[in-house]
Design a protein around this ligand. Structure first.
Ligand SMILES: *Cc1c(COP(=O)(O)O)cnc(C)c1O
Length: 371
């Protein structure tokens, strides 16, 4: 197909690819292991409502967001599945509880202030999720907090521990296997001690996508998958098994003939070293095509051929080299999708799929499809 069906920059979101990826990740798990669908950051830059609804249909029993606002959007869309808020702060407790979301509790301050909040509201057994820091050193309690946690929780009827979890620092990097195994051992010991102290058994979960692939023996009761659902496995073998959910397309707005010695774009970022043809495309750094992709670090695909980005990316446009590509104004351009995959484009610019796909700005039209 040579013309863009939507006539403007569009992110196609393929729910069949999502279903495929869900089943692939599920195939690494025991039958009873639950999956939490991580839909933070607009479902990794796509459409959190459409993705969350499909995940719930597929059988996901839990959703995760980073911030409460992200969960509110899902509740507004009628989604009733439990939602874990990975990164709450005390000023958001009202929103979290009003919308039946469940906070990750990662510090003494958070635990005490959330209990006080729940007591004030006369809540009984409000579900909380205890986050343990096992080596990432980002959010979480440390081992010397375990007894404190159980004692503090036992003193109040306002909350109940629904799950205990941790997050791996390097699950995709097998050169860090020993470090990861230490994290897993620490999680096992700390969670066992906490369970013993509590006198009841919350769910446990610690694997993200690469954890599911590389450490399925540590799946416990649930896993938290994000990037894999969207089609990226962090290693080529897994990438081959997954299908990208998002395809970012645009069109050629204008083609210029540029003579040797002339320049293209702001600050004369590209100087033509031969007579050439450039194509101007309607997406720029405000759409997620960051400046790092400029000056040939990034490229797009036009009629099956690579067109490198020329000079600096502008806010709303980029110019690409089409000197050797048969194409005309109005032709469709693929930024990422099957070819190139977002991880390839990202790696060319020294970044990762996560950053590229979550950067697709909200002004870009989303179209939900089943390919
Ligand atoms: C984002 C996130 C995940 C999902 O990780 P992926 O690598 O995308 O699968 C899981 N757990 C936590 C705590 C996260 O912040």
């Amino acid at each position: 197909m040579n013309t863009c069906p939507f006539g403007e920059t569009t992110l196609e979101i393929d729910l069949n690819a999502l279903a495929h990826n869900y089943r692939y990740l599920k195939s690494h798990l025991d039958e009873g292991t639950k999956m939490m669908g991580v839909v933070k950051a607009f479902a990794y830059g796509s459409d959190s409502t459409a993705i969350a609804k499909e995940l719930v249909n597929l059988g996901v029993g839990y959703l995760a967001v980073a911030y409460p606002y992200e969960g509110e959007v899902l509740r507004d869309a009628g989604i009733q599945t439990p939602i874990l808020v990975l990164h709450p702060l005390p000023p958001t407790f009202q929103t979290i509880t009003a919308r039946c979301m469940e906070p990750a509790i990662y510090s003494r301050t958070m635990l005490e202030s959330f209990i006080a909040f729940c007591e004030e509201k006369n809540f009984k057994a409000y579900p909380i999720h205890i986050k343990l820091n096992t080596g990432l050193n980002r959010l979480g309690f440390i081992d010397t907090d375990i007894d404190y946690i159980s004692e503090t929780v036992a003193k109040s009827e306002a909350v109940t521990v629904k799950s205990i979890f941790s997050h791996l620092a390097a699950s995709e990097d097998l050169e860090e296997k020993r470090f990861t195994e230490k994290q897993l051992k620490f999680f096992k010991e700390s969670s066992e001690r906490l369970i013993e102290n509590l006198g009841y058994t919350p769910l446990r979960h610690t694997l993200n996508t690469s954890g599911v692939i590389n450490y399925p023996e540590a799946q416990y009761d649930m896993v938290r998958t994000g990037i894999g659902l969207y089609g990226f496995g962090n290693i080529p073998e897994t990438d081959k098994k997954l299908r990208p959910v998002g395809t970012l397309k645009t069109v050629i707005s204008q083609i210029h003939k540029v003579k040797k010695g002339e320049s293209i774009g702001y600050n004369r970022g590209h100087i033509a070293d031969r007579d050439m043809r450039s194509a101007t495309l309607p997406l720029g750094h405000a759409d997620g095509m960051a400046r790092i992709y400029g000056n040939g670090n990034g490229w797009v695909t036009i009629n099956g051929k690579r067109a490198p980005i020329l000079g600096n990316t502008c806010m709303d446009m980029i110019m690409v080299d089409v000197t050797d590509i048969g194409c005309k104004e109005g032709d469709v351009v693929t930024i990422f999708g099957e070819n190139p995959r977002a991880n390839e484009l990202a790696e060319g610019a020294g970044t990762i799929s996560y950053e590229l796909i979550t950067s697709v700005s909200q002004r870009i039209k989303r179209v939900i499809c089943r390919k």
